[in-house]
Design a protein around this ligand. Structure first.
Ligand code: FE
Length: 354
């Protein structure tokens, strides 16, 4: 009977999934006490994931995990902020066991709201360096926000720091997406953290003054724009170079061939991370899946398919990421990065970065 019941729950969740972010609230299972700790000790065969990572590689990872462990993974996909909001709303009776997302800036909110649960795992401690994990969460991969330029048009030695982008010589040459992008918000939030709000504002002002056009489009569009001659420098995440290179569209492949990347001093590196949900019914499987993500085999798959950087230092880094190594990443506390998002938002408004 118990087994039957859990299959029903799985079916309900699967329906919720296809509804694209619709709440899978109608559970056949009778309501339990909110902190149903005792159930986490049982070996359940399910894992409920909320994810804002919409990448093909993730599907591959879930399937591989199910193959290896027999644990069925139910995934609800949605936008990061919407899922965070939902996790907070559901925190007294969580539907999810694990949250997977891009951008460490949501960690502080989830921890302030008491959404993330504690976990302990020797495997994770061994595989993931300390600066990339914390209370209730661990980084699964990283991404650098860098400067793209058209080869033969820019001498890359002219840009060694983010500050160089604010120099008058780049007036009308910088392409970057709108400030509503979480990538830009995290970038400026990280500058507030490392150099203070005034300096971060100065930087944002300098970049805004040098923009080639009003910000529009996504990271890939900025790369395409510099190749089309709309400007000389584009701010984008490094893995988009890999995505352009591996694109099925020959035009995108050409863009990758024409551009190269500069990793400025103290490169802004953000994380994709996984967080365990406090009171989740299948916390044991959540941690098991996190451990699975940290193995060097899986880290290699993530790096190869998605162009991100692995976090397990034992992983053989594939090309082109290997050729990019040697840069110095900025030193930030990922658990508190999100505290600076409100200041970053203020800065964008103050400097007129649309
Ligand atoms: Fe992206």
């Amino acid at each position: 009977m118990r087994r039957l019941l859990s299959i029903t729950v799985a079916a309900v969740l699967a329906v919720g999934m296809s509804g694209c972010g619709q709440a899978a609230k109608e559970s056949a299972e009778p309501k339990k006490e909110p902190a149903a700790k005792e159930t986490t000790a049982e070996a359940t065969k399910e894992l409920n994931v909320y994810s804002s990572r919409h990448y093909d590689v993730d599907k591959k990872l879930y399937d591989k995990f199910t193959e290896e462990t027999g644990v069925k993974v139910n995934v609800v996909e949605g936008k990061g902020p919407e899922l965070v909001e939902r996790l907070v709303r559901e925190k007294d009776a969580p539907e999810a066991d694990l949250f997977v997302t891009v951008g460490a800036e949501s960690i502080s909110q989830l921890n302030d709201e008491g959404v993330l649960g504690e976990y302990s795992s020797e495997t994770i401690e061994k595989n993931i360096p300390e600066q990339y994990r914390g209370d209730g969460w661990m980084g699964m991969s990283s991404r650098a926000r860098v400067v793209a330029y058209v080869k033969d048009q820019v001498d890359p030695s002219a840009i060694t720091s983010y500050e160089d982008l604010t120099k008058p010589e780049w007036k009308g040459q910088i392409l970057v997406r709108p400030s509503e992008s979480s990538y830009n918000q995290a970038l400026v939030a990280s500058f507030v953290d490392t150099m203070g709000k005034d300096k971060a504002k100065e930087w944002a002002q300098g970049v805004t003054d040098n923009m080639a056009r009003e910000p529009k489009g996504n990271d890939r569009d900025q790369a395409k724009a510099i190749v089309a001659g709309e400007g000389k420098l584009a701010i984008m995440n490094s893995y988009y170079w890999v995505k352009l290179k591996n694109s099925s569209d020959p035009e995108e492949q050409k863009v990758a061939e024409k551009i190269d990347l500069i990793f400025p001093k103290d490169t802004h590196v953000n994380l994709s991370y996984a967080g365990v949900i406090k009171g989740g019914k299948n916390s044991v499987n959540a941690v098991k899946f996190m451990e699975f993500l940290t193995s060097s085999d899986i880290q290699t798959i993530i790096a190869e398919d998605n162009g991100e950087f692995p976090l397990n230092p034992e992983t053989t880094v594939p090309e082109p990421q290997k050729s990019w190594l040697g840069f110095t990443p900025q030193k930030i506390d990922y658990a508190t990065l999100g505290k600076h998002i409100p200041e970053a938002t203020e800065i964008f408004t103050e400097v007129g970065w649309k």
